[in-house]
Design a binder for this molecule. Structure first.
Ligand code: FES
Length: 109
């Protein structure tokens, strides 16, 4: 669950620019106005990664898109996959259990 932060705290948090829904758009300006939403992941003790390659200081993977074996490859962004960095569908169970909405990064060849 993401929590909106105050402006001061937002400086240290992730910033996400989104278009507001039509119901909140400025009159006469359509949905072109953009707003800043600051979010903070509530990861709990130990961070967002529960178990993947915890012995490494930072989990980094590099893939050359030209070397992908399939036309479409799904990469995990929920940190629950048993085949990390590839998605194995574990995000579905995670989302059902937590109400989260995470899903994979799809890379096309
Ligand atoms: Fe993590 Fe699918 S298993 S995004």
């Amino acid at each position: 669950m993401a929590t909106p932060l105050c402006a001061a705290a937002a400086a240290a948090a992730c910033r996400l620019y989104v278009s507001p829904p039509a119901s909140l758009a400025a009159p006469g300006r359509g949905r072109s106005r953009r707003c800043l939403v600051a979010v903070r992941a509530e990861a709990g003790v130990g961070g967002i990664n529960p178990a993947i390659r915890k012995e490494e200081a930072k989990v980094v993977d590099t893939v050359l898109a030209g070397e992908l074996s399939k036309p479409l490859t799904a990469y995990c962004r929920c940190w629950r996959s048993g085949t990390f960095p590839l998605c194995d569908g574990s995000h579905v169970k995670h989302n059902k259990e937590t109400g989260d909405n995470v899903g994979p990064l799809l890379v096309k060849k």
